[in-house]
Design a protein around this ligand. Structure first.
Ligand SMILES: Nc1ncnc2c1ncn2[C@@H]1O[C@H](COP(=O)(O)OP(=O)(O)O)[C@@H](O)[C@H]1O
Ligand SMILES: [Mg+2]
Length: 416
């Protein structure tokens, strides 16, 4: 009978007809750029004052600004919001200004960074065969021809500096020393966790960047409260999140209350609590959801996840091997040789061709530079020097699950 409903019909209908508590789930994802940034007004003003010349006398100088702050202090959001709005205003005044945001976790070599800049500026380049310098020349040439200026942000610049090295950093920082142009079209924002990577630079450049530094302090609970309120209004329907919920999260994470002052953690707790409320159909977020979300969101995992989300597949497999060994042995560190064995075994399991020793070693070093693992050379105690690898946070089972999921997701995409 056609009119007969299949077994789960009523159940499915009922579930589908339940109203969602989310007005906009996307607005709580890490990629989302909010409209405004409460409590970062001063920092926006500092950026405007640093880049004012682009409106008053474009081309006169090439500005370089350093933005520093710990994870979740809004560095990425600040630069994106500033870039988006500043370029709009400059364009409304007849200045052709573009904003480019390069994530250095995703683009780790000078070549990739420069190619990414060209891509975001929509500059047509031959597919292959160009050197970095030729590409850079092509970009500068294009900007001249089209009378365009650009602000380029290097997000996670400390990572680029440690992986690509000081020559690559200089290539960028010294743009207008090497290219003798009278009109300076490129301007830079370097985003970093700390000022420590500046030691790579010569004292003149270092003091220049220190003078043009915007520093973001961790958020206090009352600041986090306003931020959460604003973001919750966008993400959820009315009456879904009570005030006590937002205060609870803000106090947990606020710097003045011993938390990390990290807006990303606060928003992730809110998002997870929302998912729980949605799944349970309670219609509003309860304190119990928040408590459970706090249990689930390991602070470290959230910040580590940012570091590995763009890692190449095989770097992730190496990381997986490290975590599995650490879990299995219960020891504080594992030897790189054992990691390689485990890695080869996992490659077989995944149907992947294992990379060579030197490449595996490089992955280990990259993971170390990204702060995901610790690696050091063994002392005399262990025969034949070897590299010892450890991971300083946990729980490892959650970390393993995260990495494993990421690997399978990545493989699905690449096999498409
Ligand atoms: N002042 C703010 N107002 C609203 N949202 C904020 C604010 N600061 C940070 N956020 C949000 O918190 C999260 C973490 O910020 P992000 O810019 O990624 O930090 P960082 O780059 O310093 O690690 C993002 O979702 C961002 O949109
Ligand atoms: Mg960031």
């Amino acid at each position: 009978m056609f009119s007969e409903k299949p077994g789960a019909w009523d159940l499915i209908e009922e579930e589908l007809s339940k109203p969602s508590i989310f007005r906009s789930r996307e607005s709580l994802t890490p990629e989302y750029v909010p409209d405004k940034l409460p409590h970062r007004e001063e920092e926006i003003k500092q950026l405007v004052s640093a880049f004012k010349h682009l409106v008053t006398s474009p081309g006169s100088i090439s500005q370089r600004v350093l933005v520093v702050g710990s994870t979740g202090t809004g560095k990425t959001a600040l630069t994106r919001v500033f870039g988006r709005d500043f370029t709009r205003i400059a364009r409304s005044r007849g200045i052709n200004l573009r904003y480019v945001h390069v994530n250095c976790h995703r683009n780790r070599t000078l070549y990739n960074v420069v190619a990414e800049i060209a891509k975001q500026l929509e500059i047509p380049l031959p597919q292959r065969g160009l050197s970095v310098k030729e590409m850079y020349d092509a970009i500068l040439g294009y900007l001249d021809e089209s009378d365009t200026y650009a602000i380029i942000t290097f997000d996670e610049f400390h990572y680029f500096a440690s992986i690509a090295g000081s020559d690559a950093v200089y290539f960028i920082v010294r743009t207008y020393d090497a290219f003798d142009t009278s009109i300076k079209r490129l301007n830079f924002v370097f985003v970093s966790l700390s000022t420590s990577m500046l030691s790579l630079l010569d004292p003149t450049t270092e003091s220049y960047l220190l003078r043009h530094m915007v520093k973001l302090e961790p958020y206090t609970s009352s600041q986090l409260y306003t931020i959460l309120r604003y973001r919750a209004e966008q993400a959820f329907y009315e009456d879904v999140v009570g005030d006590e919920i937002l205060r609870f999260i803000a106090e947990y994470e606020g710097r003045d209350r011993g938390g990390g002052g990290n807006a990303r953690n606060a928003l992730e707790i809110l998002r997870q609590a929302g998912e729980m409320a949605e799944a349970e159909g309670t219609g509003r977020i309860m304190l119990e959801h928040v408590r459970r979300a706090i249990m689930h969101t390991s602070r470290e995992l959230i910040s580590i996840s940012e570091a590995v989300i763009y890692s190449p597949l095989h770097e992730l497999i190496v990381l997986w091997a490290v975590i599995r060994l650490l879990r299995r042995t219960g020891k504080p560190f594992v030897k790189i040789g054992d990691v390689e064995h485990e890695y080869a075994m996992l490659c077989e399991l995944l149907g992947e061709q294992p990379r060579r020793h030197t490449q595996v070693y490089e992955y280990v070093m990259n993971l170390k530079k990204a702060g995901v693992i610790n690696a050091r050379t063994s002392g005399k105690g262990i025969r034949g020097r070897t590299t010892l690898i450890s991971v300083h946070y946990g729980p490892l089972d959650l970390f393993e699950k995260y990495v494993e999921d990421l690997i399978y997701k990545r493989m699905k995409v690449s096999k498409r």
